[in-house]
Design a protein around this ligand. Structure first.
Ligand code: SF4
Ligand code: SF4
Length: 326
């Protein structure tokens, strides 16, 4: 019997999601025995034309990681969608926009200016910027269009399932592949991880307070972090209360607060908005708060980069989506 065809593709991301497939270690051999990989740019040399030549729906499942930032990524995502029975948004960038989605606080022009003209390491005396078309010795060279706005995968093509995480842990990938191969799949649109907040599974949950009245929010490098106590109790922002569990509490076990890469639990539309409301209520900033107005101001100002902190992985998928372009 023919093995089911599987594709992996890489859009706007760091590549860590592809590495984590390799982290399946010897289990990858079992996966490779059960499936026929038809595209995997990080490991194998397949071309776009190979995919284009396939029948529509011929690929059983495609795992696409990365956000959509370039016209080429949009084109490939649409082609793979056409050729695939199922598409899984693989990792935080495809799922929520991820770190590349933070670029939505800027425009294409400001990103190009910073990257190609202003950074201290740049040596570009002619001020050359990337062009979609350039003619060299009579030959026209092209680059993909660089969009103003980074999009999630499901803002570009219909997505069947989401594998969260930066990157998704190998056990969740193996579970997803097994569920797909055995046909035991949850309803379409599901995130393939538990819909419980990380605090529910966190080993520090017993020390998490209902209410805190700290006077200043700290950054991890500013204090000696107690390895047993809830980070919030130590004045550190932890996204655990508004983040889906399933990662194995990776950061917590490394004595670092959760940064929210698994995204929100089911039913929450805007993880960052939820985080702002969570922090405001926990820090006693409501009418019953224990802080004076001055203390409140100081406390709010002590949160470094609030937009980047609360929307670190989810800006492109949030209600805000991007900063307004004038
Ligand atoms: S806030 Fe963070 S440290 Fe505290 S219980 Fe939740 S996940 Fe754990
Ligand atoms: S602790 Fe938070 S940021 Fe770290 S891997 Fe888990 S969900 Fe992601």
């Amino acid at each position: 019997m023919a093995k089911p065809k599987v594709a992996f593709y890489w859009c706007s991301s760091c590549g860590g999601c592809e590495e984590t497939v390799v982290d399946l270690n010897e289990d990858i051999l079992k996966v490779a025995e059960a499936i026929d990989i038809v595209m995997w740019p990080v490991a194998m040399d397949f071309k776009k034309k190979d995919i284009a030549a396939m029948q529509d729906g011929e690929i059983a499942v495609s795992f696409i990681n990365g956000a959509i930032r370039l016209s080429e990524q949009e084109e490939m995502a649409k082609l793979i969608r056409q050729k695939s029975g199922l598409v899984v948004a693989f990792g935080a960038c495809a799922h929520l926009g991820g770190i590349p989605g933070l670029a939505n606080f800027n425009t294409r022009e400001s990103i190009f200016r910073r990257a190609y003209l202003e950074t201290p390491s740049t040596d570009n005396p002619d001020g050359t910027l990337p062009q979609e078309k350039t003619t060299v010795d009579g030959v026209t060279l092209t680059l993909p269009a660089f969009y103003d706005t980074v999009k999630t995968l499901d803002q570009t093509i219909p997505v069947d399932y989401y594998l969260p995480g930066c990157p998704p842990p190998p056990n969740l990938i193996a579970d997803a592949v097994n569920a797909i191969l055995s046909g035991k799949l949850p309803p379409k649109g599901s995130v393939l991880a538990p819909s419980k907040a990380l605090c529910d599974t966190c080993p520090r949950t017993a020390s998490k307070p209902e209410k805190i009245a700290i006077k200043e929010v700290k950054r991890p490098y500013e204090i000696k972090i107690d390895p047993e106590k809830c980070f919030l109790l130590q004045g550190l922002i932890c996204m655990g209360p508004v983040t889906r569990s399933g990662c194995g509490e990776t950061c917590i076990k490394a004595n670092m607060p959760c940064r929210g890469c698994f995204g929100p639990v089911d039913g929450v539309v805007d993880q960052g908005g939820k985080a702002v409301s969570m922090i405001a209520s926990l820090l006693g900033l409501d009418a019953e708060g224990t802080l004076t107005e001055e203390e409140e101001k100081k406390l709010i100002n002590s949160i470094a980069d609030p937009a980047g902190t609360f929307y670190r992985f989810s800006l492109a998928s949030s209600l805000l989506r991007r900063k307004k372009i004038e």
